[in-house]
Design a protein around this ligand. Structure first.
Ligand code: GLA
Ligand code: ZN
Length: 673
């Protein structure tokens, strides 16, 4: 059994990516002194250091890394050691130019950035295995070593390569998956548009074509690219396990980033010893703390509920968005503890000391350009102290109220070309439903559509265009056994090959929802419809409408105008012991709240009306007790009711009755009993 928490780390993780190779060694002394001052417990080292560690093929220079790790060890700081395989050196590419990835259009990327890798390339694999082996041999039993950090953010920024070597691997993958080329033809529907393949040798990656290519092929290529990256992760992991038994292995995910939709984290979560995640606020005008909570919930879910670690976020602004605002005073602590509330065993950052040169010099860091007489540094030190006082929560688990179904494969499939409407964006629906649940103060677990859902009173399906028959059966059983299900439009339409399920829409869900959909009728840009419902209540929808035919379901809201006027818009179906809701248009925040309110009633989930808006309340429980986190994202002081008295861990004060949570502050109460 591999270790599932960083070896020798006895406190919450606090620190960041440490890239000391940017600085003269004299600065390193200052670094470790400041790390002590801030209460840093662990840093990530060597993630991009291949060119320094192996300056030319077979020539190694570990001296500097020996000194860095030694210095950290002397100061009691644990090391999360990177395998630098995301940044092969220039000599490698000179020897193997075909290890640079090829775009679908046939453009080969150049050396000079990072993560330019064809994961099928045999020379890359060999070189990566070699440097990983050298590192494991040298540092595998180093007393400072807490964890291995393989590669960096698989899938970003290159999600797939389209070269000949990938083509050959893809053919092998298809052969293993399907057995015969006839099975591929059937799955992809190549009888249409004359795409039939006579042999595996004829199949290529979905390279640039004059118009839309075969969707089954595109979807399988995503699966193949994901599986290939995972193969490479496993190869490194197995070397590390063999040469350094007892040291857990991770690779940093980006679970909720919409730019990173190219890896199936359900599958990755099963491969790592510890799930770790990187999260950056996307400052596009939406509520960043809601996006953060969602990322954290998704990460915990990918970890199957086990503790995980936030391996990167930012102390203040990033530098890769169009506009990169600084964080407000206190926001870094709220962000950090927001992740901790939802299962992270600490908070780490990119990066320790802000770069003076290179691509990320305007990205914030723990030690900013301005040094220690700065707000960021003072807040870093304060956060270190806060995390230190929360050590007892290690190993406890976040308690969720409801499940939201999530599947990367469905997301991949729906985002292919030529769908009924490009405005029907699955990620948008997931975000919107999550936000509505967040605003009802419900904590969300994400779940795979085929997972056991029996412990959740309410399950929400914001957008699952692709749904296997097994998933459909799973939901039927869930509802029949007393669950409450809410399904939003364009779900359950195709199977795992992007083939429309037999019979009327939504094939995978017809009997669960007690209805069929005769036709989709997406709206033009800016279009909207009105819905009328119980007691004359009105809701508004946009983007999408449908001709729904009830077959057992009752109509709750009806389209009042538009092409679908008079047809059911929102329905409710009693099946066995449970209830299944269906909403066939895109509801705004108000509509979602109303709908979820009704569904929550069916699920017997009591409203949390006594909790103030934008004050996040989450619980972690376990052997050491039960901890209530309250995070006030507003600019006014708030009060949160406590079921039992307790001790507030950041202030050390006793708390009972109503817990005061000042504007912008975080409180963590260890509940008595
Ligand atoms: C990613 C990378 C880091 C750094 C940050 C900047 O998460 O892993 O190396 O580039 O982004 O936000
Ligand atoms: Zn390739």
């Amino acid at each position: 059994m591999p270790e599932t928490s960083p070896k020798g780390l006895t406190r919450l993780a606090f620190g960041g990516d440490y890239n000391p190779e940017q600085w003269p060694e004299s600065v390193w002394q200052d670094d470790v002194r400041l790390m002590r001052e801030a209460g840093v417990t662990m840093v990530s080292v060597g993630i991009f250091s291949w060119a320094l560690l192996e300056p030319s093929r077979g020539e190694y220079d570990f001296g500097w890394l020996d000194r860095v790790i030694g210095l950290l060890h002397d100061h009691g700081i644990r090391v999360d050691l990177g395998t630098p395989t995301v940044a092969p050196p220039v000599w490698f590419y000179r020897e193997h130019p075909d290890a640079l990835p090829l775009t679908p259009e046939g453009v080969r990327y150049e050396f000079g950035s990072r993560a330019a890798i064809c994961h099928s390339n045999a020379d890359y694999r060999a070189a990566a295995a070699n440097i990983t082996t050298r590192l494991a041999e040298r540092y595998g039993d180093h007393p400072a070593l807490a964890m291995w950090h393989v590669h960096n953010e698989y899938g970003v920024p290159v999600s797939a390569c389209y070269c000949d070597s990938c083509a050959a691997h893809f053919r092998r993958w298809l052969e293993t998956t399907y057995g015969t080329v006839e099975a591929v033809n059937k799955a992809w529907g190549t009888a249409f548009w004359g795409q039939r393949y006579a042999s595996f040798e004829d199949v290529n990656p979905p390279r640039a074509t004059p118009t839309v290519g075969n969707p089954g092929q595109a979807l399988d290529y995503k699966r193949f690219a994901d599986a290939t990256m995972r193969e490479n992760f496993r190869a490194e992991r197995d070397i590390l396990h063999r040469l350094a038994p007892g040291v857990p292995v991770t690779t940093n995910f980006m679970t909720a980033l919409s730019q990173c939709d190219s890896v199936d984290y359900w599958a990755w979560g099963r491969e790592v010893d510890i799930v770790t995640n990187d999260h950056y606020l996307i400052t596009d005008g939406r509520r960043t703390h809601v996006n953060l909570a969602m990322a954290a919930d998704l990460t915990r879910s990918v970890a199957a509920g086990a503790p995980w670690i936030l391996l990167e976020h930012s102390t203040s602004g990033v530098n890769w968005q169009p506009r990169n605002p600084a964080k407000a005073p206190g926001q870094m602590a709220r962000n950090s503890l927001g992740h901790v509330a939802r299962g992270s065993e600490g908070a780490m950052f990119f990066q320790w000391r802000q770069s003076r040169r290179g691509a990320e010099k305007f990205h914030s860091a723990m030690v900013p350009h301005g040094g220690t007489d700065t707000r960021v540094w003072r807040e870093v030190v304060e956060l270190g102290a806060s995390l230190d006082s929360l050590g007892a929560i290690r190993g406890t688990r976040t308690e969720a109220d409801v499940a939201v179904l999530w599947d990367w494969h469905s997301w991949w499939a729906q985002n292919l070309d030529w769908r009924p409407s490009e405005d029907a964006d699955p990620r948008e629906r997931a975000d919107a439903f999550y936000e509505a649940l967040y605003d009802r103060h419900l904590t969300v677990d994400f779940a795979h559509p085929e997972a056991d859902l029996s412990r959740y009173p309410l399950v929400v399906v914001p957008a699952l265009y692709l749904m296997t028959e097994a998933a459909g059966n799973n939901l039927r059983e869930y509802v029949a056994n007393g669950g409450t299900l809410v399904v939003s439009y364009f779900s359950g339409i195709v199977d795992e090959h992007d083939a429309v399920h037999e019979g009327a829409y939504p094939g995978a869900l017809r009997d669960v929802l007690g209805l069929t959909v005769e036709e989709f009728s997406p709206l033009l840009q800016g279009g909207s419809v009105r819905l009328t419902g119980p007691d004359g209540s009105e809701l508004a929808g946009d983007v999408w409408t449908e001709f729904v035919v009830p077959r057992g379901a009752e109509t709750v809201w009806t389209y009042a105008d538009g092409l679908t006027a008079g047809h059911p818009a929102v329905t409710r179906h009693r099946l066995g012991e449970g209830t299944a809701w269906y909403v066939s248009t895109r509801l705004g925040p108000e509509g979602l709240d109303t709908l979820l309110g009704r569904a929550a009633e069916d699920a017997a989930i009591a409203p949390r009306a006594d909790l103030p808006h934008d004050v996040e309340v989450v619980r972690r429980s376990g052997e050491t007790g039960s901890y209530l986190f309250a995070i006030n994202h507003t600019t006014t002081d708030a009060k949160v009711p406590l079921e039992t008295s307790g001790t507030e861990l950041l202030t050390g004060e006793r708390a009972a009755g109503r817990l005061a949570v000042p504007a912008g502050a975080v409180r963590v109460v260890r509940l008595d009993g």
